[in-house]
Design a binder for this molecule. Structure first.
Ligand SMILES: *Cc1c(COP(=O)(O)O)cnc(C)c1O
Length: 432
């Protein structure tokens, strides 16, 4: 009999999938058909880039369209889910997801827009304290947002943006090195803005510790949670984070370009000295339609919202958050750790024979669903072949990183096995 613990075969994957796991909600999702390979559906490991469509989303969207058809402008107040208060239905589930008080979160805009609005409030440079700290491997949009804010306030992005680099020969950041950089530049740092989970390496940062280190040197600390929300448990309020933003189309399955989230810590909500960009949705809804010349913002994250929300884009977020509420982040994370550990085991076996290396940290505190794999060939070409030859959907980051993310809501052990098997055939020309 095969030794199950070292068995890299398909049967083991199928056996693992056969055990009931209430955190697996695969039947509630639409899995894209495969363009190649032996299986009808894709092994979809790109949920870190664009999550899949929940089955319930279409009907919910149609209901919102029906309300528009039936009520016209009266839908603002008379639709089953009145549009004026639609975003409020997203508040509590979003707060549960990121570990916030309901007043601390708002769903609005898109991620980069929210970063800009939050930087307008929480990057307050003085001539001495004018620097922003980001990771050298920050997502491009974050880097551009930060640089443009620095320039907008009259500082030089080349000197005012401090980029955190891993040690030579290493791929990921160490918390102690981040803290040391903060202390080394203590008097010049205004704001820290980092990815909670790095998009490239999949590294989960020590958000509580880095936030505390930033506060120690007198900086404000914000987190981009694009790859963290819906992936790992978050406790933004307790971690004392100043601000955060996230998109909802990655692990949160709310569709391409879906509406994003923002968090502002309670202590900033009633602080009159916090500058803020405003619109009519910032003001108290009770007097909003009196069209006064001066706003009367509430002491909640809503004060950061500007416009009446895009209702057809809000419905998919609501539908998706309901699934997260039903499953619960703790159960989801437990399944995620099991799936990713299994995928890592298969890739470790492959690494014995092929020239690949897993860049993502192995300890559970420092990784989420995603494993980033350095490959000895052109990553884009490899990802294309994984799809066309095997029906395995991954994504690449130039030049040599392939990202594989088993999203625990809809991915299976068999998906992980297919991904590793396909990689082995493409790199080694043989079965795993
Ligand atoms: C996905 C992602 C973005 C994308 O920004 P949008 O404004 O949603 O287009 C930005 N930053 C990070 C870290 C991301 O992972």
């Amino acid at each position: 009999m095969a030794d199950v613990s070292t068995d890299t075969g398909e049967e083991r994957a199928l056996a693992l999938d056969a055990t009931d796991d209430p955190a697996s909600r695969r039947s509630d999702f639409l899995i894209p058909p495969a363009v190649g390979g032996a299986f009808p559906l894709t092994a979809y490991l790109a949920g870190n880039s664009l999550g899949l469509q929940p089955r319930a989303t279409r009907a919910e969207l149609m209901a919102d369209l029906d309300a528009w058809e039936e009520y016209g402008v009266r839908g603002h107040t008379e639709a089953d889910r009145p549009w004026v208060s639609y975003h409020e239905a997203l508040r509590e589930p979003s707060a549960r997801l990121v570990g916030a008080r309901p007043d601390e979160v708002v769903v609005m805009n898109t991620l980069t827009v929210n970063l800009h609005l939050l930087l307008a409030s929480f990057y307050r440079p003085t001539s001495i304290r004018h620097r922003i700290v980001i990771e050298d491997r920050a997502f491009s949009s974050d880097s551009y947002a930060v640089r443009s804010h620095v320039a907008l306030r009259g500082h030089d992005p080349e000197t005012a943006v401090l980029r955190l680099r891993p040690r030579p020969g290493e791929d990921v950041l160490r918390t102690e090195d981040v803290a040391k950089t903060l202390h080394d530049h203590a008097h010049s740092i205004a704001t820290v803005l980092m990815g909670g989970v790095n998009y490239l390496t999949g590294e989960v940062m020590d958000m509580a510790e880095i936030t505390a280190a930033g506060h120690e040197v007198g900086a404000l600390v914000g987190w981009d949670l694009a790859h963290a929300a819906g992936n790992i448990p978050l406790h933004l309020h307790d971690w004392d984070v100043d601000f955060a933003a996230w998109c909802t189309y990655k692990y949160l399955n709310s569709g391409p370009g879906a509406v994003a989230g923002a968090f502002i810590h309670e202590r900033h909500l009633a602080e009159p000295s916090t500058p803020r960009l405003e619109g009519w949705w910032s003001t108290d809804p009770a007097s909003r339609f009196e069209m006064r010349p001066v706003s009367e913002p509430q002491h909640s994250a809503d004060a950061w919202s500007l416009s009446n929300p895009p209702i057809f884009a809000m419905g998919p977020v609501r539908t998706s958050l309901q699934i997260f509420d039903e499953v619960g982040m703790d159960a989801l994370r437990a399944r995620s750790l099991r799936l990713t550990a299994y995928l890592r085991e298969l890739l470790d076996a492959l690494a014995q024979r092929a020239d690949i290396a897993i860049v993502t940290p192995a300890d559970d505190d420092h990784h989420g669903a995603q494993l980033s794999v350095r490959v000895p060939v052109d990553a884009a070409d490899l990802v294309e072949r994984l799809s066309s030859n095997w029906g395995v959907v991954a994504d690449d980051r130039q030049p040599d990183i392939v990202r594989l993310a088993p999203a625990p809501l809809y991915c299976t052990y068999h998906d992980c096995w297919r991904a590793a098997e396909a990689l082995s055939w493409e790199l080694k020309g043989e079965a795993l």
